[in-house]
Design a protein around this ligand. Structure first.
Ligand code: GAP
Length: 485
């Protein structure tokens, strides 16, 4: 049976083997910011690619987008983020720590399941300060804005306050018309994007689980109103199966429907895919949200476009401007859709599966982690799905003599054109295997004495540790088949 990973095991493995480091560590570190090291950068790139493959590459009805992080301030005014994207926080009167109201726990132990975020209760009399343990010592809850501000422009009179995007989704809505006009795609269809988002989170959490700079993988799937509920079901299943396909164990994955009072301001329905992370007592936590955003965003951006027309006349602070009412003929607006076949006009509904690349990476690390006893020694390994494994194969000469390094180097030089491979001739071969096990490398190819006689090598499989002799000419094909790449 696989060993259950503790978060400490994962953090220490990540540092030791170069998956993830604390950001700016040489200066004491920057809280809640992390850097991906050599193995981590490969792993994260593979997670992105696996998402893109399933959400974009393998679908005829989804196209990709890569838009800028900085966007016009009206984007955030229209989307509602400028006014509503805030957490309700409270300050502990004893120690001064600021906490999210929906994250506070009750002082009395309860058998009720711990609610996932967010929850709206404002009665704080029985709540405990997570920093000092004081009970019910909280100030008046207040809104804390989550978007980071920055300034654009070099001159005082043309400097503009902008926000770092808190979600990638709005870049997709802002480009909806561009994509329609520059491709032949028709509703129902989706636009997908992977990129950095930024939120000045009140509380960060558990390594890369909740950070202030993170990467999202989001799909906005546009469909005809009335068909939205079946597309919602479709994407729920697609996304759940994606995690299973890439190796997450079924018992660690579940859906959680949002209650009506925890829905975001734009959503008609939302379900989270949750993973059983090893924090606290084994918490079920959101991995990805799948929301029915209705026609809210496109209609809001039509209001934003009307408001801009006013602004050109009066100017002023764009972030403080009031959004104009929706036009009565909004179905003729620039972001409405005209279906040529049915001659119908409507504003599409949107189904949004929104995943976190860092959060998924953490889940894949946790789920792959294992320890086992082999010949009275502990073997640490990461049982990554081959597509996610940072290195696909290690290539070793058994010893550093008798022509073995030359043969191994030739194999390495050939394979590196197709896969991420690693050449290693240092230390005993057993130690080299263990190092690759700990990096999650699915195969190791070893050149030995027999290789010079019959042109074969051993290929060792990470999980079973079984070795198979393969002809050197066949190694590439063998790996391709086994890795399914
Ligand atoms: N566009 C919808 C949206 O942004 P969200 O539930 O706020 O929805 C979607 O975020 C996903 O992005 C989350 O399920 C999580 O995986 C990831 N995410 C959100 N905030 C994060 C943070 N502070 N750190 C790491 N990942 C985060």
């Amino acid at each position: 049976m696989a060993k259950l990973a503790r978060l400490d095991d994962i953090v220490s493995l990540c540092k030791r083997r170069g998956f993830i480091y604390q950001s700016s560590e040489i200066y004491g570190g920057l809280a809640s910011c992390y850097d991906y090291g050599p193995l981590g950068a490969e792993l994260k790139r593979n997670v992105r690619n696996a998402w893109w493959k399933h959400v974009v590459q393998m679908r005829e009805d989804v196209v990709g987008l890569d838009c800028s992080i900085l966007m016009h301030p009206m984007v955030w005014k229209a989307s509602g983020h400028a006014d509503k994207f805030a957490d309700l926080v409270t300050v502990c009167k004893k120690c001064g720590t600021r906490s999210r109201v929906d994250h506070l726990q009750d002082s009395k132990p309860s058998n009720a399941p711990v609610p996932a975020e967010p929850q709206q209760s404002q009665d704080l009399s029985g709540k405990v300060c997570p920093a000092c343990g004081a009970v019910g010592q909280f100030g008046q809850p207040m809104a804390f804005k989550l978007m980071f501000e920055t300034q654009m422009g070099a001159n005082v009179d043309d400097t503009m306050t902008l926000f770092l995007r808190p979600e990638t989704a709005q870049g997709i809505f802002a480009n909806f018309r561009n994509v329609l006009d520059s491709t032949r795609i028709k509703v129902p269809f989706g636009i997908a994007q992977i990129g950095k988002s930024f939120r000045n989170e009140v509380t960060t959490k558990a390594f890369i689980f909740r950070t202030r700079e993170f990467e999202q993988a989001e799909l906005e799937f546009f469909c005809k109103p009335g068909t939205d509920e079946s597309w919602f079901e479709h994407w729920k299943q697609q996304r759940f199966n994606w995690y299973l396909e890439y190796g997450i164990k079924k018992e660690n994955l579940r859906f959680r429907e949002h209650e009506k009072d925890e829905l975001a301001h734009y959503a008609k329905a939302c379900v989270d895919v949750e993973y059983k992370f090893p924090f606290g007592s084994g918490d079920w936590q959101e991995l990805e949200g799948i929301a029915n955003r209705t026609d809210y965003d496109l209609r809001q951006h039509q209001r934003g476009i009307r408001t801009m027309n006013d602004w050109y006349e009066n100017k002023g602070d764009l972030t403080k401007i009031a959004l104009r009412q929706e036009s009565e003929d909004y179905l003729k607006g620039p972001l409405a859709y005209f279906d040529e076949e049915t001659r119908e006009r409507y504003v599409p509904y949107v189904i949004e599966p929104s995943a976190g690349i860092d959060r998924s990476t953490l889940a894949f690390l946790v789920d792959a982690y294992d320890e086992e006893q082999v010949n009275n020694e502990q073997r640490n390994l990461l049982r990554f799905h081959p597509a996610l494994a940072p290195v696909k194969a290690g290539v070793f000469p058994l010893v550093k003599k008798d022509g073995m390094p030359e043969i191994a180097m030739n194999i390495y030089n050939d394979l590196k054109k197709y896969f991420t491979v690693f050449y290693d001739e240092k230390a005993a071969v057993g130690r080299r295997y263990r190092r690759q096990d700990e990096a999650g490398t699915p195969y190791c190819i070893t050149v030995d004495g027999q290789s010079r006689e019959d042109n074969t090598v051993t290929v060792r499989e990470r999980d079973s540790m079984e070795q198979t002799r393969v002809h050197i000419d066949q190694v590439k094909t063998y790996l391709r088949e086994k890795l399914d790449l």
